[in-house]
Design a binder for this molecule. Structure first.
Ligand code: SF4
Length: 229
């Protein structure tokens, strides 16, 4: 396992790397110990597509909250089959019902954070499609970060950190990558159906998530603690 200092050095070496090179670095550096999380509702399809060209054995984790749109389940199934992904689907331990109505943070914890926290202890590195331009809370995202979860180190890799939304769409179009059908129906970021609405032109990419509640993140990217080394 790399130390925090080594992670910082590698991150510096990758400073000019494109997403494919960053992804390849992660797969080579953590053989058998790296996973990609994808919701299939946004730019994650770029990473899943790139990964299918690098190593199809790498687990691609999908968090099945039981509240995804029907279109998400169908698209995920088609995409994973087409690219031969090693899809790993995680489900919550319990069904808290429509908890999103009264306590969305707790709902996200039960349906997303806890299942991933349980699974991620088996890995040394976790790849995700978070980008700096998605929201203010994601502005400081680096290509490679050293985190800890329950006192255990985990390297987080964000190959798309510096890409813009336009670059994601250019990749999708130039490579003919399939994308979530609701992205053509006014949605710009897609999560669970009770907490996702279409966005108007000019609205922020994630403005349709937990709209009007003040909540901006599900907690997936805050349950680990970043260490500077
Ligand atoms: S996004 Fe909404 S429905 Fe999905 S887990 Fe979070 S609060 Fe629950």
């Amino acid at each position: 396992m790399l130390s925090a200092l080594q992670v910082r050095e590698r991150a510096a070496a990758l400073s000019e790397a494109d997403p494919a090179a960053t992804l390849a670095w992660a797969v080579e550096t953590f053989p058998g110990k790296v996973a990609l999380t994808v919701s299939f509702g946004g730019g994650g399809v770029v990473l899943a597509h790139l990964l299918s060209r690098i190593d199809r054995s790498v687990p691609v984790i999908f968090l099945d909250t039981r509240f995804h749109f029907r279109e998400t389940y169908e698209f995920k199934r088609r995409f994973a089959k087409r690219y031969g992904l090693n899809l790993v689907e995680l489900t919550p331990l319990t069904d808290p019902g429509p908890l999103y109505k009264t306590d969305p943070d707790r709902c996200c914890f039960i349906r997303k954070v806890e299942p991933l926290e349980r699974a991620i202890v088996g890995f040394d590195a976790w790849i995700s499609a978070v980008r700096q331009d998605q929201s203010d809370s994601r502005r400081a995202t680096e290509l490679v970060e050293y985190h800890e979860v329950r006192g255990r180190p985990i390297v987080k890799v964000f190959p798309l950190a510096r890409w813009s939304r336009a670059e994601v769409w250019r990749y999708i179009r130039e490579n003919g990558v399939p994308y979530h059908p609701l992205l053509d129906q006014g949605y710009s970021s897609i999560g669970c159906w009770p907490c996702t609405r279409p966005t108007a032109p000019g609205e922020a990419e994630r403005a349709g998530r937990w709209s009007g509640s003040g909540k901006t993140e599900c907690g997936l990217h805050t349950f680990t603690v970043k260490r500077e080394g």
